[in-house]
Design a protein around this ligand. Structure first.
Ligand code: ES4
Ligand code: ZN
Length: 334
């Protein structure tokens, strides 16, 4: 594909459903906060200034170290603005971001409300200035355990509404089981929240099936390893589950050796609802523009396919219907 065509595709308007809030923090932003607060974070950066980690589990600990300098509601408000500037620079018109009360007040509901207020205020201002709509999905962290997740779910339930629209789980998929978090998911569902969980990034098809059967999610973060069992692929189609696929993240972390070996196209062709996101863009050296360009280059995706991908994303988005319709109109304007 010629560079001009690729550039055209890279600039299409986009919806993004899978974006970790702290994972969207540029290294310069974190380094700046660390120096303001006189915290030595030198061990988490490479000499060129990028984040340094060896593998996924080490990534999670570097992520937590980076997050440790985000202390006050104001810090999180500044992060919100930085995240939305990055969305705007990538033509993203709607994004859902995973926010963790664990990092915002340690799971205390009163503290969480203050953080959330600051985040929402910054998001509202950025929506006015930059035209990007952001919504939050409260996310528990699997390797922190099921007890901590209960407090997170209660924070989610207490603040469910127009802005906090969903509940999810990230963290180390190789620990425990989806069913360990059933209480938290039931609590979130009863509060009216929509549900997603990370599954099938590291573990296989059974984990994806468990996510649907044990937690009742309508979306799955990643889910790509489901390709190892076509019966489970068809089960996702039958249950109308949408996958939040993050191709660049999967390639960067070595889930697949290269994009041409990534199953997103096979899943899409078979009829699975797939969407495209960046996960933790500065950590995985990606952006939404790069994701689109790489998919166009590798699989020959054109405007028509990206338009379908965005429609799928808005069908599966957790926001209210008025917001959904308004965003659909923006996405149609190419
Ligand atoms: C994650 Cl807890 C967490 N944070 C950022 N990215 C992730 N991917 C999976 N779990
Ligand atoms: Zn993720």
């Amino acid at each position: 594909m010629d560079p001009e065509r690729l550039d055209q595709i890279a600039r299409l308007p986009k919806a993004e459903l899978h974006l970790h809030f702290e994972g969207a923090a540029p290294p310069d932003f974190i380094r700046g906060l660390a120096s303001e607060k006189k915290v030595d974070l030198s061990e988490i950066f490479n000499p060129d200034g990028s984040y340094a980690y060896r593998d996924f589990v080490h990534f999670l600990s570097v992520y937590e170290a980076a997050t440790s300098v985000l202390k006050t509601p104001k810090d999180f408000a500044r992060l919100t603005t930085a995240l939305l500037e990055e969305c705007a620079a990538n033509d993203v018109v709607y994004a859902e971001t995973f926010v963790s009360p664990e990092f915002c007040g340690g799971g205390d509901v009163g503290a969480w409300r203050e953080y959330l207020h600051a985040i929402q205020e910054a998001a509202d201002a950025a929506e006015r200035d930059m035209g990007v709509t952001l919504r939050g999905v409260v996310t528990c962290i699997r390797h922190f355990g099921a007890e901590k997740a209960k407090a997170t779910a209660q924070c989610a339930a207490e603040t469910a509404g127009d802005w906090i629209v969903g509940f999810g789980m990230g963290g180390d998929e190789n620990q425990g089981h989806q069913r360990d978090f059933k209480w938290s998911y039931d609590c979130a569902r009863e509060a009216g929240l929509k549900l997603t969980t990370h599954a099938g990034e590291w573990r296989g098809p059974q984990e994806v099936r468990d996510a649907v059967d044990d937690l009742g999610v309508s979306r799955i973060g990643h889910g790509v390893r489901v390709i190892q069992d076509l019966a489970t692929v068809d089960y996702l189609i039958e249950r109308d589950v949408t996958l939040e696929v993050c191709p660049g993240s999967n390639v960067f972390l070595g889930v697949y050796p290269s994009l041409d070996q990534h199953p997103i196209e096979k899943l899409r062709e078979r009829g699975v609802k797939v969407t495209v996101s960046t996960d933790d863009p500065p950590f995985f050296h990606t952006t939404m523009r790069q994701e689109y360009a790489n998919l166009a280059k590798t699989f020959g995706w054109d405007e028509e396919i990206f338009s379908q991908i965005n429609q799928t994303a808005m069908d599966a988005a957790f926001c209210d219907d008025a917001t959904r319709d308004a965003i659909r109109k923006k996405l149609e304007r190419t």
